[in-house]
Design a protein around this ligand. Sequence first.
Ligand code: GDP
Ligand code: MN
Length: 386
Amino acid sequence: MKIHEYQAKEIFAAAGIPVPRGEAVCNVAEAVAVAESYGRPVMIKAQVHVGGRGKAGGVQYAENVEAVRVWAQKILGMEIKGLRVNKVLITEAADIVSETYVGIIIDRATKAPVIMVSAAGGVDIEEVAARTPEKIHKLAVDPSVGLKMYQARDLAFRLYRDIKQVRQAADIIMKLYEVYWKVDASLAEINPMITTPDSKVVAIDAKINIDDNGLFRQKEIAALRDLDAEDPAEVDAREGDLSFVNLSGNIGCIVNGAGLAMATMDLVKHYGGDPANFLDIGGSSNPQKVLTAMRIILRNPNVRAILINIFGGITRCDDVATGIVMAYEELGPEVPIVVRLTGTNEAQAIKILKKVNLESAETLDSVVKKAIELADQDSASAGRIT
Ligand code: GDP
Ligand code: MN
């Protein structure tokens, strides 16, 4: 789960990491009021769940209240990488002498949280990582021991020469690790961490992603979820207890079991098709889940065909077939649907599917090829007068 910069900064501040004061607002009048109360130049920062806001024009400096009005007007409602900006953070503008990077992620290779620091922080950190990886220093933390001050100081020395700044940075790194650990984060990042003309080290950006598997014990964090800022399909899927990931192709996939879903997508790719999503309806066989899955997939305008692949074990094929019939009746899908149902109660399922003139394909190969063929036909005729 992602949270916004302003929320991450509240967590930082509570942990004692220095951040400039700021407030998130939803309209221009509030933006102006906050800036007026500070009586100093401010930054107007789009609160959306994507990186690179600065480069996309979503981070602006405002010298005075008039500029705040102009920029708040412009940024609120703006789209950044497909996401609408509903909130901006109004925060006191800092004078920047240098920009560094500090980030913590979970690293599957070392099975440990890894702290990364670089003196070359700021908006081009991805490029630094790609072109000059030697400028990024890493430390894997033994999670059973935790981060020790000497290690944090060692990392801080890679960032600053001035001992006062090293001390401040080491303290921030210690606290960032505490935050990372305490909130079950999968990522905690400060980019940039800056130095000011009076030699203060401050976090002027903040990013925290929470591991969804920890949310059950992170009630306060879970409440920070901003549904308006998330992909509505993924929100509905979560509520419907489906594992779902949006992809860029045109074949909607409904499968039971994550492994079978991956194998089905591999086969779609193998035969030259492109999946529109990953979707695992799970092990139960509630027809309602199929209906929800179908509703989510049909909302995606790129979808040209739907491929349903079910292996009935605990999942009963007849329940899934009932769900498909319900979806036909309630949603009246206009895209072709191909089905392969095999296993528990397969014979009953095939009977049920007859109600909507659907047949179950014999093999996985054949159903995948059929889905690709139908999707291609449909794309060829879409938008064309024939
Ligand atoms: P991001 O692009 O989404 O990562 O947004 P950031 O908050 O990191 O801001 C991007 C860039 O804008 C920073 O690297 C800074 O160069 C600049 N910036 C952000 N906040 C301030 C500020 O308070 N003062 C100044 N002078 N520049 C800022
Ligand atoms: Mn940043």
